[in-house]
Ligand binder design. Structure first.
Ligand SMILES: [Zn+2]
Length: 346
């Protein structure tokens, strides 16, 4: 019995250290301001001044939630299941492809850490901002004048996150800092696939794609011309499909797919079936993604996608299609070098 207890304590300490390291990595890599990360750290360690925590320290007699009055106010209740928190999430679902409700469950004291481990970096940014704002709404009811509204909060978060991602600005302790203004890949075993297209109203189109590793070295480059295309979006979807298929055939490493077409990115990330005109291509792309160990899909700013764009232009100029392994055509060597320079200067 005694031995069991000791062993149990030992394993739980060691796993919690490992958990702490993972948590720290997960928070650190998320593109949100420092204050939001600190809030998330507290939430993960149940360190928020919830009524339950205050009651535990004899600072409060009653831990019933003062926003909804329907349950005890622990951390999960405050940021997930309370009425205002729920309303904020619902409102945000109109704008964001938030993680499904079934993933946000109270699985125990580590619920938040478990949640963070299940989702990718973009979803983490959304969840962190969402919970941070839900806690703000709760504080506003309890300590403030209760004038913060759910719809206003949702609008605020949507524009906040898009300014963080699009302008690449994150506030840190020293003020404002620029992030991700250039092509970059910070995960060593991964590769990044960038695709882009050129489309003319006549239906003539071309696509380009490049796969690079974290050193900026080219693993594969491709360019292709197409005829009778219906829309730029269709060509973007085709570029994603061809790029992912080539990655699955020749590279087979965890892959980040980047496109500057936000509709296609959203369709590829959605868990529900796509009903748009490009649905069949989206479906085929998703099937090809399954053949990779992991494939994350991300939006990229045009400026960070210049190499893929130049490959699409090359196909358009030369009316020629090709796939090159471990090599790239001369016309993009300068762009590759520029990306490489910013990569090593980081
Ligand atoms: Zn409540």
């Amino acid at each position: 019995m005694q031995e069991n207890l000791i062993e149990h304590n030992w394993t739980s300490t060691s796993s919690s250290k490992e958990g702490e390291r993972k948590l720290w990595e997960n928070l650190w890599s998320t593109p949100v301001p420092e204050k939001v990360k600190i809030f998330a750290w507290r939430l993960a360690n149940d360190g928020l001044a919830t009524l339950q925590n205050r009651k535990r320290r004899n600072l409060e007699q009653n831990s019933t939630c003062r926003v909804c009055g329907s349950d005890e106010e622990g951390a999960f209740h405050a940021v997930v299941s309370c009425t205002k928190a729920k309303a904020l999430r619902e409102e945000l679902r109109k704008e964001w492809a938030l993680v499904p409700e079934k993933i946000i469950t109270n699985s125990g004291p580590d619920w938040f850490i478990c949640l963070l481990e299940k989702i990718d970096v973009d979803q983490r940014a959304q969840i962190l901002l969402l919970f941070w704002r839900a806690w703000h709404l709760r504080n506003d009811v309890i300590h403030g004048n209760g004038t913060s509204f759910v719809v206003g909060s949702a609008k605020y978060l949507v524009s906040y996150l898009s300014s963080l991602l699009n302008q690449g600005i994150v506030e840190d302790g020293k003020g404002k800092q620029q992030i991700s203004q250039s092509w970059t890949l910070q995960r060593s075993r991964w590769v990044k696939l960038n695709v882009d297209v050129a489309f003319q109203d006549s239906g003539e189109a071309s696509l380009g794609g490049i796969i690079r590793d974290h050193n900026g070295d080219t693993i594969l480059s491709m360019w292709c011309t197409l005829h009778h295309c219906a829309s730029a979006e269709e060509v973007e979807a085709l570029a994603c499909r061809e790029g992912v298929r080539l990655a699955a055939e020749w590279v087979r490493r965890p892959t980040i797919l980047e496109s500057d077409c936000s509709n296609v990115v959203a369709a590829l990330r959605a868990t529900t079936e796509n009903r748009g005109r490009t649905s069949h291509i989206i479906k085929e792309t998703k099937a090809a993604m399954q053949m990779l160990p992991v494939c994350e899909v991300k939006s990229v700013r045009r400026e960070c996608n210049r190499v893929a764009n130049e490959l699409a232009q090359l196909a358009k100029r030369t009316v020629h299609s090709a796939v090159w392994r471990e090599n790239a055509p001369a016309c993009i060597s300068e762009l590759l070098l520029e990306d490489y320079k910013t990569l090593i200067s980081r």
